[in-house]
Write a protein that binds this ligand. Structure first.
Ligand code: DX5
Ligand code: ZN
Length: 218
């Protein structure tokens, strides 16, 4: 896919220095920031919520694009607070809501872009009916909850199918994506690449980001 964007996930960074870690990623050439919100209910882990996003926005200024990956039950609850805090995109899980249509509408009315995520166990047919109303589909390539897990290659047919059916849709992959797995993602048609530990654990995040972007944009 041409023009892939790289969004580091800061989940596995030094969370006591979250602002500095985000700056480090932006200085290293990140195209956007993928911010993982977990509520300890939808997934067995807790991270942070809109107050932290508000502080990040103040520190980083208006430019950086915040893609909020909302791994929460009742995602309806946080649309307005996240918009007010300065989120640019609200990516919710299809598994977490009974009424995706209403939620999509609410996210738009609050001035954010709409991302729709599916867990590994959710087939792409459930996402398809909403594909024309969203900006981005997120195909999870690990069970959501933790960074540093193994990439699930068997999710690639979902990406490929979506790319074929919806040529202009942004398609994001998230989980275990790094220099060893980017080829599969690019081949399948993903164009928004989340990478956490592969970038965070590197001594040279800039070169990892460049490598991912170059492979993906080939
Ligand atoms: C997992 C999160 C991911 C995670 C990615 O639930 O949604 O964004 O931080 O980290 P890596 O790239 O290490 O799998
Ligand atoms: Zn994520």
């Amino acid at each position: 896919a041409s023009g892939c964007k790289i969004g580091p996930s800061i989940l596995n960074s030094d969370l006591a220095s979250l602002g500095a870690e985000c700056l480090r990623m932006l200085d290293s050439g990140a195209d956007y920031l993928h911010l993982d919100v977990m509520d300890g209910h939808f997934v067995p882990n807790i991270t942070f919520g809109h107050p932290v996003v508000e502080s990040l926005r103040k520190q980083l200024g208006q430019d950086p694009f915040f893609d909020m990956h909302m791994m929460v039950s009742r995602p309806e609850q946080w649309v307005k607070p996240m918009a007010v805090a300065g989120a640019n995109q609200y990516t919710f899980h299809l598994e977490a809501t009974e009424n995706p249509g209403a939620l999509i509408k609410d996210i738009r009315e609050n001035g954010m872009k709409v991302g729709l995520a599916i867990k590994p166990g959710t087939t792409v047919e459930y996402l398809a009916p909403w594909a024309n109303q969203i900006d981005m589909a997120l195909v999870m390539t690990v069970e959501p909850g933790f960074g540093g897990q193994k990439f699930m290659e068997d999710m690639m047919p979902k990406v490929h199918w979506l790319r074929t059916q919806f040529p202009s849709l942004d398609i994001e992959v998230d989980g275990g994506v790094g220099p060893d797995t980017i080829h599969k993602c690019a081949e399948a048609g993903a164009n928004m690449i989340v990478s956490g530990s592969a970038i965070m654990r590197s001594d040279d995040p800039r070169s990892v980001i460049n490598l991912l972007r170059n492979v993906c944009s080939e």
